[in-house]
Design a protein around this ligand. Structure first.
Ligand code: GLN
Length: 547
């Protein structure tokens, strides 16, 4: 049976609750325990799949095909535990389950209410797989006091009452603002936030306080006294240079020890922290810097490409170089020449995306990388744009385009080298779609196998010819153009096992030019950088010696 740790936030949002949860998960692993992390989000969307990246940052996809919150990416990157669809739930999902049951008559004529029906649904979700791990960490999205969060807070309160004493722990993350004029760290907002929690029946066992500097003893004691926690359970979370310093920093502050103490685990197993010491060493001891362009459309909000930015950092760690990302809005290339923006850079990455805006700019970036022999990694839409570019400029198919941008366009007016996929195979099952399907959850989603051509650059990078990667897309490169494009030097070096879907393309006479239909960034870890990102940054490092 698992012990449960509930992580809540107060004072303001964006304090790094997901990161604190992930780092605690990593520290419990370092003590020899198994963990699983979960996110409970109060918003009403059924999942973040339909939310704009501007609203909610990137959508993180699990192996089993769920579109989830980007915090699940942090969880995976810190613990290496592959998240599942059942690790992410929102109010939207909870209510839609409850309403479905109501329509089916499962409640036998009862009046359906937030307590107990909605809270029961939440508790059932928290319990899924509780026998599988030592610790289940559940992060509640938002901050205490949010109206829509109330059913979740109520559910975890009930949950802890139903469990034997000592099996649940509450950790609350707050902010200690620093007032320059008086030179003081202020504890009052934290006191209020804990008061708010206590008014709904929750008492934190551990307080994690974000602050710019260390917390003086006086403030620590004050917090302990007024918030009713032990002084050694007031944990300082200072700003860090790299998020990957978090596990060691929290360990130094005594977070894992405080958690084990609160559960009464004695003696606490000793931690093995080599993994994180090596990670931090690789971040700080680098030899040079590579500059990588991300040419995308959500470049004002870096969270929209969270996993890609992290995977690039991991690639840098594999090669002991610092990776500096230059965020470039693809639309710039629709009016301006690419050269002044891109020629001093050591590598170009075109990420995934939806919709037509910016795509001609991405095609220009792909062309520039190909012609100037700059390392190029195209991910999902970035691969599709590379194929359109190759079709237009290598194979003289001037009207090559994607069906994604063809609404209201005469189908005979362009060559659909990228088309809307309506039928495919997953394992032994056949999946079908139509153009008018709902937008939510209807893409080719989750893990799929691919077979790589022996001797190809990509097989070389992976050191293998059988891979499994995560997908999230509706459109697909048309295999029927394979022969024509390969003749011109665009190799289809990875295919779905049935040979029908192009998974990877690469340019033959180029130092490093790869497009992948899947999202390799989702599986990269700081202690296990993804082979494609490691090799991409290796190529960028070589390029940096040339320019
Ligand atoms: N819009 C493209 C598709 O649906 C690419 C998706 C993506 O980049 N994730 O196929």
């Amino acid at each position: 049976m698992a012990r449960f740790i509930f992580i809540t936030g107060g004072v303001v949002s964006s304090l790094g609750k997901g990161l604190a949860s992930a780092a605690l998960g990593a520290l419990l692993q370092a003590r020899g325990y198994t963990v699983r992390l979960r996110k409970l989000d109060p918003y009403l969307n059924v999942d973040p799949g339909t939310m704009s990246p501007f609203e909610h940052g990137e959508v993180f996809v699990t192996d089993d095909g769920a579109e989830t919150d980007l915090d699940l990416g942090h969880y995976e990157r810190f613990t290496g535990v592959a998240a599942r669809a059942t690790d992410s739930i929102s109010s939207g999902r909870v209510y839609s389950n409850v309403l479905e049951k109501e329509r089916r008559g499962d409640y036998l004529g009862k009046t359906i209410q937030v307590i107990p029906h909605v809270t029961n649904e939440i508790k059932d979700f928290i319990r899924i797989g509780e026998d599988e791990v030592d610790f289940m960490l559940c992060e509640i999205g938002g901050t205490v006091g949010d109206i829509e969060g109330l059913p979740f807070f109520e559910a975890i309160r009930q949950f802890s009452q139903e469990k034997p004493r000592g099996e649940c722990l509450f950790m609350h993350l707050t902010l200690l603002p620093y007032i320059k004029a008086s030179g003081e760290l202020k504890t009052k907002p934290t006191q209020h936030s804990v008061k708010e929690l206590r008014s709904i029946g929750l008492a934190p066992d551990i307080l994690v306080c974000r602050s710019e500097g260390p917390i003086p003893v006086k403030e620590r004691e004050k917090l302990a006294l007024f918030c009713n926690v032990r002084p050694d359970s007031v944990i300082a979370a200072q700003d860090l240079k790299s998020i990957y310093e978090a596990p060691l920093a929290y360990h130094r502050e005594g977070l894992d020890q405080a958690v084990l103490d609160a559960f009464g685990i004695q003696p606490a197993p000793k931690p093995t922290l080599d993994r994180w010491e090596d990670v931090v060493d690789r971040i700080h001891n680098t030899d040079g810097e590579v500059r990588v362009a991300i040419v995308g459309k959500y470049t004002q909000l870096e969270d929209a490409y969270k996993s890609i930015a992290e995977a690039l950092t991991h690639g840098g760690m594999a090669n002991r170089v610092k990776v500096r990302i230059e965020w470039i809005d693809a639309e710039v290339f629709e009016t301006e020449d690419a050269a002044p923006h891109l020629e001093r850079l050591h590598a170009i990455l075109v990420p995934g995306g939806f919709g037509e805006r910016g795509t001609e700019g991405k095609i220009k970036a792909a062309q520039f990388a190909r012609e100037r022999k700059i390392p190029y990694l195209g991910i999902c839409l970035g691969m599709q744009m590379a194929v359109i570019e190759a079709a237009r400029n290598m194979a003289d198919m001037d009207d090559a385009a994607s069906e994604e941008f063809s609404d209201g366009v005469d189908p005979k007016s362009f060559t659909p080298v990228v088309y809307h996929l309506k039928e495919w195979v997953q394992g032994n099952a056949k999946i079908t779609r139509t153009k008018t399907d709902d937008k939510g959850g209807t893409m080719r989603l989750g893990a799929y196998d691919a077979v790589l051509t022996e001797g190809s650059r990509v097989a070389d990078a992976y050191g293998d010819t059988a891979i499994e990667e995560r997908h999230r897309h509706r459109y697909e490169v048309d295999i029927r153009y394979r022969e024509q494009l390969e003749k011109e030097g665009l190799l289809f070096s990875g295919l779905s096992p049935d040979g029908r879907l192009p998974e990877i393309v690469e340019v033959k006479d180029h130092p490093w030019y790869i497009g992948v239909q899947f999202h390799p960034e989702l599986k990269s870890k700081p202690f296990d950088p993804h082979p494609l990102f490691a090799d991409f940054i290796r190529a960028a490092k070589e390029q940096s010696r040339l320019v």
